[in-house]
Design a protein around this ligand. Structure first.
Ligand SMILES: CC(C)(COP(=O)(O)OP(=O)(O)OC[C@H]1O[C@@H](n2cnc3c(N)ncnc32)[C@H](O)[C@@H]1OP(=O)(O)O)[C@@H](O)C(=O)NCCC(=O)NCCS
Length: 329
């Protein structure tokens, strides 16, 4: 929950910085049933920016906060002092906006509550701004640690990266040939690899199987020879992006496609994933072949769509969507 709330806090701070004139207090109330999976109709306070409030729990029957989630509508109050239903968070508050927040299935699970110390603060334009803003609210379900530690295929073990893998990963990531068509630079030192490992651990914590280490089962040293992962590229649109890399001496053995299969099976089965996409530089046909081996379809070339290694690059876009996906055996 700590990582999730930190993300929400960051989201609130960004929102406040966009409309500081009205956000004297800005916070999130969750349905307790959503946050804790409890049989409760109360609302509980999550992260907020502003003064402490004693209203950390509100009955859904009370106040504007209760009203917004009970009636599933935005509540915009020009003058809270004129309304007996107001629960005063701060005596300075004059106007209030409460915008319900829906989960991916459209069920209301939380609300954005903003208090302003001025009367009539929330114009129709501002109300619309905050209604749009909640569409990018970080939902809890996007922040559940990836639940599987490892997968197996005939030749491979695919498991989460650990800090002990640092030397193995550095070994292939320092190779400029390997890094030629990827978004990152060839690693110059173990420090670069350490950053990658930190990214991996954070990524598992927010639910992504990315990057998962690839190991040859028959390697006595059980070295990590590459990684493969599904990145939540656009969770609201249920789109993930495949990413992979493997040590140069292992190229051409079909390893990456084999490693990707159990991950793709898992994510289409258990995640809200409608589309898996993957892009590669037009000069990297090896990568296109991996996507073809995974049953992905070429959709077109996105001209100058990535700026990599100091140059605009044309990228081939491939995808496979849930309705056409047949699980790999
Ligand atoms: C792209 C990459 C992941 C492919 O992985 P792989 O496990 O070697 O893939 P495959 O064994 O299925 O080979 C794919 C194609 O590469 C080509 N290939 C095979 N061996 C090769 C070699 N030694 N050198 C160059 N190309 C080779 C072949 O055309 C092969 O297709 P085929 O099997 O139909 O003949 C790997 O080359 C890599 O890690 N490259 C560097 C990182 C990268 O570019 N990542 C992708 C970013 S989008």
């Amino acid at each position: 929950m700590k990582i999730y709330f930190a993300k929400v806090q960051e989201w609130l701070e960004k929102l406040k910085s966009q409309q500081p004139q009205v956000c004297d207090w800005i916070g999130i109330y969750y349905k307790e049933s959503y946050l804790e999976n409890l049989d409760s109709t109360d609302l509980v306070l999550g992260p907020f920016v502003g003064e402490e409030t004693e209203h950390t729990r509100i009955s859904i029957d009370r106040g504007f906060c209760g009203m917004a989630l009970r009636e599933e509508r935005t509540v915009n109050v020009a003058d809270v002092t004129q309304d007996a239903t107001h629960i005063a968070c701060s005596l300075k508050t004059r106007s209030e906006l409460v915008v319900p927040i829906a989960d991916m299935k459209g069920k209301y699970v939380a609300e954005l509550d903003i208090d302003c110390n001025r009367l009539n603060a929330f114009t129709p334009e501002l109300e619309e701004f905050f209604k749009q803003a909640v569409k990018s609210f970080p939902l809890l379900e996007e922040f559940i640690p990836f639940p599987v530690d490892s997968f197996e295929t005939p030749r491979l073990l695919i498991r989460k990266v650990t800090p002990k893998d640092i030397n193995d990963i550095f070994e292939y990531c320092k190779n400029p040939t390997v890094a030629r068509y990827v978004t990152w630079e060839a690693h110059q030192s173990l420090e670069d690899t350490q950053k990658f490992i930190t990214y991996a651990l954070e990524s598992y914590n927010v639910g992504a199987p990315e990057p998962m280490a690839i190991i040859l089962k028959d390697d006595p040293k059980q070295r990590v020879i590459g990684t493969v992962g599904l990145i939540p590229a656009n969770p609201k649109n249920r789109t993930y992006e495949l990413a992979y890399v493997i040590a140069e001496e292992q190229w051409g053995k079909g390893i990456v496609a084999e490693a990707a299969k159990p991950l793709i099976n898992f994510c289409f089965k258990h995640f809200a994933m409608e589309r898996l996409q993957c892009r590669c530089d037009v000069l990297n046909p090896q990568s296109s072949r991996v996507m073809e081996k995974l049953g992905m379809h070429y959709e077109g070339t996105l001209k100058a769509s990535m700026f990599l290694k100091g140059k605009p690059r044309d990228m081939h876009m491939y995808s496979i969507v849930k309705s056409e996906f047949r699980p790999f055996l």
